[in-house]
Design a binder for this molecule. Structure first.
Ligand code: NAI
Ligand code: OAA
Length: 327
């Protein structure tokens, strides 16, 4: 059995993400959990003629939803409205993510946990601290999905240089998933040299791509369809590496750096950061290694210098939400 759970499955991301995951032949059981309308979404998707069995689980059914899961994807929580930062979502989403992580610890402690709910820079530390509290934390198995930054980067650079094929150009994006913490390494795109003006425009667009969508949706939420695409892409990498037997798969993702203590030790000592988005190589157990940072340009180093203090604040806020809690 390969059971994949989507928590928040009836939402703007949850529905198209579940649709895309229904298309995977690696999934045998698709479990849809939401506090509203999970049964309806499940009934609808269950008619699609692919391998997996689909079940919907409502508010009081979290344990059955998660029991025995291989992978849990979490797009549950509220999205931004114009004028809000991702950090403004912490108040509501921190508690939602904490409760779902408690459910993971109880029902599927060795599952891969893929976090979409914002603010990702803080919600990933929340999940890790909950799993630590229960003695079931494995840093090789918890991920913040920052794939949308990678997807946007490839698309946006192809708009500047039409000779770039966006589908086959993977841009490494390091740091985190909000504003200045998003650091695209455009110098790493093979054979590509952007002018300073192009770099400024591209970097700003990648860092604030989410705001572009929030503004265009004008109060009706944030990116859902592109996020579902990115979320399915990342989930499929996990499935291909852990059960599909594929090797050498690499994606940028926001992780706990202790997943690869050796390759990250210098960076951890230098920055004090425990979490960071970076290229990761996947294997049967999840993270097989964190790819060492390449030599970056001075331009990218100054972006990184700006990202580090903000990341530190976000990480401390998330981790202390659990460690300082008396509940
Ligand atoms: N990591 C990333 O790159 C991105 C993250 N996001 C984040 O994803 C989250 C979801 O966004 P949308 O799908 O647009 O929101 P949405 O409001 O359309 O859907 C959220 C769903 O979560 C459900 N939900 C709320 N509390 C729950 C709980 N305790 N348990 C299970 N389900 C619960 C709601 O009923 C709803 O169906 C937001 O926090 C948003 O900021 C959005 C885009 C990109
Ligand atoms: O901007 C938001 O709030 C949603 C998000 O994370 C993104 O689109 O990158």
């Amino acid at each position: 059995m390969v059971k994949v759970v989507v928590c928040g499955a009836a939402g703007g991301i949850g529905q198209p993400l579940s649709l895309l995951l229904k298309q995977s032949d690696l999934v045998t059981d698709l479990s849809l959990y939401d506090v509203v309308n999970a049964a309806g979404v499940a009934a609808d998707l269950s008619h699609i003629n692919t391998k997996s069995t689909v079940r919907g689980h409502g508010r009081d059914d979290i344990d059955a939803a998660l029991a025995g899961a291989h992978t849990v994807v979490i797009p549950a929580g509220v999205p931004r409205k114009p004028g809000m930062t991702r950090d403004d979502l912490f108040k509501i989403n921190a508690g939602i993510v904490r409760d779902l992580a408690e459910g993971v610890a109880r029902n599927c402690p060795s599952a891969f946990v893929l976090v979409i709910s914002n603010p990702v820079n803080s919600t990933v530390p929340i999940v890790c601290e909950v799993l630590k509290k229960h003695g079931v934390f494995n840093p090789k198995k918890v991920f913040g999905i920052s794939t949308l930054d990678v997807v946007r980067s490839s698309r946006f650079v192809s708009e500047v240089d039409p000779s770039i094929d966006p589908k086959n150009t993977r841009v490494t994006v390091i740091g985190g998933h909000s504003g200045v913490t998003i650091v695209p390494l455009l110098s790493q795109i093979h054979g590509q040299a952007f002018t300073k003006e192009q770099l400024d425009t591209l970097t700003h667009r990648i860092q604030y791509g989410g705001d572009e969508v929030v503004k265009a949706k004008d109060g009706a939420g944030s990116a859902t369809l592109s996020m579902a695409y990115a979320g399915a892409r990342f989930t499929n990498v996990i499935l291909e590496a852990t059960i599909g037997g594929k090797t050498g798969l690499i994606e940028s993702t926001y992780v706990n750096l202790l997943a690869d203590p050796e390759s990250t030790s210098v960076f951890r000592t230098k920055t004090g950061l425990d979490y960071f988005a970076q290229d990761v190589e996947f294997g049967p157990e999840g993270i097989s290694r964190i790819v060492p940072l390449p030599v970056i340009s001075d331009y990218e180093q100054s972006l990184l210098n700006e990202a580090i203090p903000e990341l530190m604040t976000n990480i401390t806020k998330g981790a202390s939400f659990i460690t300082d809690s008396t509940i």
